[in-house]
Design a protein around this ligand. Structure first.
Ligand SMILES: Cc1cc2nc3c(=O)[nH]c(=O)nc-3n(C[C@H](O)[C@H](O)[C@H](O)COP(=O)(O)OP(=O)(O)OC[C@H]3O[C@@H](n4cnc5c(N)ncnc54)[C@H](O)[C@@H]3O)c2cc1C
Length: 410
């Protein structure tokens, strides 16, 4: 057996989630290696593509506490209002930041901007955190170590292995963690579009018989579109000419923002729910899309993962401060228990939205329109929906409360 370089933590995957965790662990004093075959600068880096991500206010606090927000803030669009409606139905509801005494309900950040901020921060980290351009080929764990074999033939031995290698995580399988999948039979067509009227901080969630259509406000009068449709329709929408696409979008969305004038590069993603019921094992933990991939209807995937990052980083910092083991069984078990309620809530909330609002059954349609009207009139259910969407439900880790990890627990 060849000798392996020994480090404290190996993070397999330097996408949005793996990179965020590396930054959160930077001041722990532990040696951290982030391994990813795709460099952050590469155009093919899948985490930092043409999509935009809606960030909840708790995610803003985490990014602020990690020192990333100032690099992101100049290029984001605040969400001041959300307009929810049903195509061809009477129901609608509005959520308004001013009415709640808030600056914004959330923020829309282009993934490229997030990628640039993460990359810049990774480059400035102390020497204890290193990025390695390689892939993790296999991993063997036992009570004391995770032994990680890289594609290049090199190997690393770590006290904690974090699998942040995305939806099709090979590491999850190597760690023996099962995944359950629900295929929604839908694709998300993603593009930036320019309407005649500026969205001025208004986000739109419109439920159509094929699935939800979301338009999120970006700076410069543009919007980020995620349009959920049947797979063959998605193929047609990405292949058709610009004028035909804009006409189809106009038909589905209506004229609340005037005419649609332009559309950028269009990409289609298959949408499914995949979740690993167990997310920790001996010396290993899965996070981000590797642990749970959600339908983007509620914009929760990265927000949920950032709260995982905050919780895990808090516990690993605590262990490092106490001279303890950052990958010990008790630490990982406690982490899994602490994160379970948030995972359950967010998954159930997202799945219910998809099922309720991607349905042509007439009785259900009437019920959801009545539900939307009810939410407009009754603050209770609307507030609960808002708390969930804003990531404010349940106990929050320190970073999510804007507190640094270096000081003692609070
Ligand atoms: C259309 C769409 C819209 C979305 N909108 C929102 C939103 O508004 N709000 C929100 O919160 N979330 C949103 N999400 C979810 C969000 O994009 C994901 O939660 C996030 O991208 C997950 O990042 P990740 O780092 O876990 O995985 P990925 O982005 O897939 O990154 C995985 C990384 O692992 C690397 N890798 C793969 N295999 C290996 C290996 N063997 N060894 C080492 N490295 C490896 C890859 O190169 C990659 O860099 C959306 C998703 C979609 C599809």
């Amino acid at each position: 057996m060849t000798s392996a370089a020994s480090v404290d933590v190996v993070i397999a995957g330097g996408g949005l989630v793996g990179a965020s965790l590396a930054i959160a662990l930077a001041r722990s004093g532990l040696s951290v290696h982030v391994v990813d075959p795709v460099t952050a600068e590469a155009p093919a880096q899948p985490s930092y593509d043409d999509r935009s991500t809606a960030l909840a206010p708790t995610s803003r606090r985490i990014l602020e506490a990690l020192g990333l927000w100032s690099a992101i803030a100049p290029e984001i669009g605040p969400i001041r209002r959300i307009h929810v409606s049903d195509q061809g139905g009477f129901g609608m509801t509005r959520m308004d930041a001013a009415r709640e005494g808030l600056d914004a309900l959330g923020y829309v950040a282009p993934n490229r901007v997030l990628g640039r901020a993460l990359r810049g921060a990774l480059e400035r980290l102390p020497g204890t955190v290193q990025t390695v351009t390689d892939s993790v080929a296999t991993v063997h764990t036992d009570e004391d170590t995770a032994r990680v074999e890289l594609g290049s033939g090199a190997s690393l031995s770590a006290r904690l292995l974090v699998a942040a290698d995305g939806t099709h995580s090979a590491l999850r399988e190597h760690l023996g963690l099962q995944v359950r999948e629900t295929d929604y039979g839908q694709h998300g067509v993603v593009a930036n579009v320019t309407p005649a009227r500026e969205p001025a901080g208004e986000a739109f969630e419109r439920f159509t018989p094929e699935g939800p259509l979301a338009l999120l406000p970006l700076p410069g009068g543009h919007c980020s579109l995620v349009w959920t449709v049947a797979p063959d329709h998605a193929e047609a929408l990405t292949a058709m000419g610009e004028a035909a696409f804009l006409a189809a979008l106009q038909d589905a969305f209506g004229y609340r923002l005037g005419r649609f004038l332009r559309v950028g590069h269009r990409v289609s993603y298959p949408l499914r729910l995949s979740r690993s019921d167990r997310r920790v094992t001996e010396r290993g933990v899965v996070i981000g899309n590797a642990a749970r991939t959600l339908h983007p209807v509620a914009g929760q995937g990265f927000n949920l993962a950032l709260r995982d990052v905050a919780e895990l980083a808090e516990r690993v910092h605590g262990a490092a401060r106490a001279g303890g083991d950052p990958g010990g069984g008790q630490l990982l078990a406690a982490y899994a228990v602490a994160r379970q309620p948030d995972h359950r809530r967010v998954t159930a909330f997202t799945d219910a939205l998809v099922r309720l609002f991607s349905n042509r059954v007439p009785g259900l349609r009437l019920a959801r329109n009545a539900g939307l009207m009810g939410m407009e009139l009754l603050p209770g259910p609307r507030d609960a929906l808002m708390r969930q969407a804003m990531g404010r439900s349940g106990r929050l880790p320190r970073l999510a409360r804007g507190l640094p990890l270096e000081s003692t627990h609070g």
